[in-house]
Design a protein around this ligand. Structure first.
Ligand code: ADP
Ligand code: MG
Length: 337
C-alpha cells in the first residue's frame, strides 16, 4: 500500500461533483447501479465508456458469483449433490482465495457458513434465533474439509453450500480496477456499498480522503488519506436484529454458528487489494482485537481501524500518519507491530 501525505483535502466533495472549481476535464463520469445486494457508484476520470464498463463488469461477475441466481456457478456448485462443478477462472480464483484466507485467519473466514447465515434469516431479512439442535446439525456441513477444489472445478460435500458475500464486492472492485488501469485511467473512486477503492490520486494530484463511519452514530469516526488503496468496513450495525435486548449481527463465527461477538463494533481494513481487505474485514470482526493484532504482527499487507463496543478506537501502526480521528474519538490507541 502506498502511503499518502496527511493532507486534508476536499476529496469527498470532489467525489460528489460539487467542487465548483473543477474544470470540465476534471469532472468524473459517474455511474450508479444496484448489484451484489447493494448500491454501487463509480466516479471515473476517463471516458464515459470506462464508467459504463464498470457496471457491465460488476453485473457479469454477479451472474457468476450470486448465491441466489439459479444460473450462477455458485448456485450450480451448491446444488451439485456431491458432484464436481466446473468453474470459470474468475469464480475459481475467488473460491481459492477464500480458502487461502480461511487458513490464514484460522477459520474466521469460512464461505461454507452460508446455510447458517440463511437459518438465522440474514439472507431474506426474516430474522429469528434458531434452536441449538438446528445449529449443531448445520455445523456438521460446514468447514474447509467439506470443499475440494479440483484442477478447474469444485466439489462440495452433500449438504454443504458456499457464499462469496464476504469477498465478492472486494473482488469486483479489484477486477474493475485492473480493467480501468489497463484502459489508461489513472484516477477513479469506486464505492461498492461501503467497500471503497481508489485508483491513483485525485486528478489534481492530491490523495483521496475516505471517511470511516462511526458505528454508534451517523458521524464519521475519522478519515484516512490514501492513494491506490482499498478501504473496506465490516460492522455489526449493517444487518442485524434484536431479541430481548440482545443484538445479533450478520457475520457468523464459524466456530459455533452464532453471530460473532468479539467485542468489535466495526473494523475497517486498508490495503492494496479489495478482495483481501474484504476478506480481512469480515474475518477480523469474528477474530476480535487480540487475534487481529497477532495476525497483523505476522502480516505486511494491511492496516486496520478497529472500533470496540466499549467505544475505544485502535489503529495499526502504519495508519499513524494517515488516519485522523474525529473529535469524538480523540483517544486513539496504536496496536504495535
Ligand atoms: P457486507 O458484505 O455486508 O458488507 P461482509 O463483507 O463482512 O459484509 O460479509 C458478510 C457476509 O458474508 C454475510 O452477509 C454472509 O453472507 C457472509 N458471512 C457471514 N459470516 C461469514 C464468515 N465468518 N465467513 C465468510 N462469510 C461470512
Ligand atoms: Mg467482507
Amino acid at each position: 500500500m502506498k502511503k499518502a501525505a496527511p493532507i486534508l483535502s476536499a476529496a469527498v466533495m470532489a467525489l460528489s461533483g460539487t467542487l465548483c472549481s473543477c474544470s470540465e476535464a476534471e469532472k468524473p463520469h459517474t455511474v450508479s447501479f444496484f448489484a451484489m445486494d447493494t448500491y454501487m457508484t463509480a466516479s471515473v476520470y476517463g471516458n464515459k465508456s470506462d464508467a459504463d464498463n464498470v457496471r457491465e463488469t460488476v453485473l457479469r461477475l454477479e451472474k457468476l458469483l450470486s448465491v441466489t441466481d439459479s444460473k450462477s456457478e455458485i448456485y450450480a456448485a451448491n446444488h451439485a449433490m456431491g458432484r464436481e462443478t466446473l468453474l470459470s477462472p474468475e469464480t475459481y480464483e475467488a473460491v481459492s482465495f477464500a480458502e487461502k484466507m480461511s487458513v490464514r485467519t484460522g477459520g474466521a473466514l469460512d464461505i461454507t457458513v452460508y446455510p447458517i447465515v440463511r437459518e438465522w434469516g440474514f439472507t431474506a431479512d426474516e430474522y429469528h434465533v434458531p434452536d441449538e439442535d438446528t445449529i449443531s446439525e448445520l455445523m456438521t456441513h460446514t468447514g474447509r474439509d467439506k470443499l475440494t477444489l479440483t484442477d478447474s472445478g469444485i466439489i462440495l460435500a452433500e449438504g454443504t453450500e458456499i457464499d462469496l458475500g464476504s469477498i465478492g464486492k472486494g473482488y469486483a472492485a479489484d477486477i474493475v480496477t485492473a480493467e480501468l488501469t489497463a484502459s489508461g485511467v489513472t484516477s477513479a473512486m469506486l464505492d461498492f456499498g461501503g467497500n471503497i477503492q481508489v485508483i491513483g490520486s485525485k486528478p489534481d494530484g492530491s490523495p483521496w480522503k475516505i471517511g470511516v463511519r462511526d458505528p454508534f452514530g451517523d458521524e464519521l469516526a475519522g478519515t484516512v488519506t490514501v492513494t491506490d488503496s482499498s478501504v473496506v468496513t465490516s460492522g455489526g450495525y449493517e444487518r442485524c436484529f434484536e431479541v430481548d435486548g440482545h443484538r445479533y449481527s450478520h457475520i457468523i463465527d464459524p466456530s459455533d454458528g452464532y453471530p460473532a461477538e468479539s467485542g468489535i463494533a466495526s473494523v475497517t481494513v486498508i490495503g492494496d487489494s479489495g478482495m483481501l481487505c474484504d476478506a480481512l474485514s469480515t474475518a477480523i470482526y469474528v477474530m476480535g482485537p487480540e487475534r487481529a493484532s497477532e495476525l497483523r504482527r505476522c502480516s505486511d499487507d494491511f492496516e486496520a481501524v478497529i472500533i470496540l463496543n466499549d467505544g475505544r478506537l485502535l489503529i495499526t501502526e502504519g495508519l499513524e500518519d494517515i488516519f485522523v480521528p474525529s473529535d469524538n474519538y480523540s483517544d486513539v490507541s496504536v496496536i504495535p507491530e
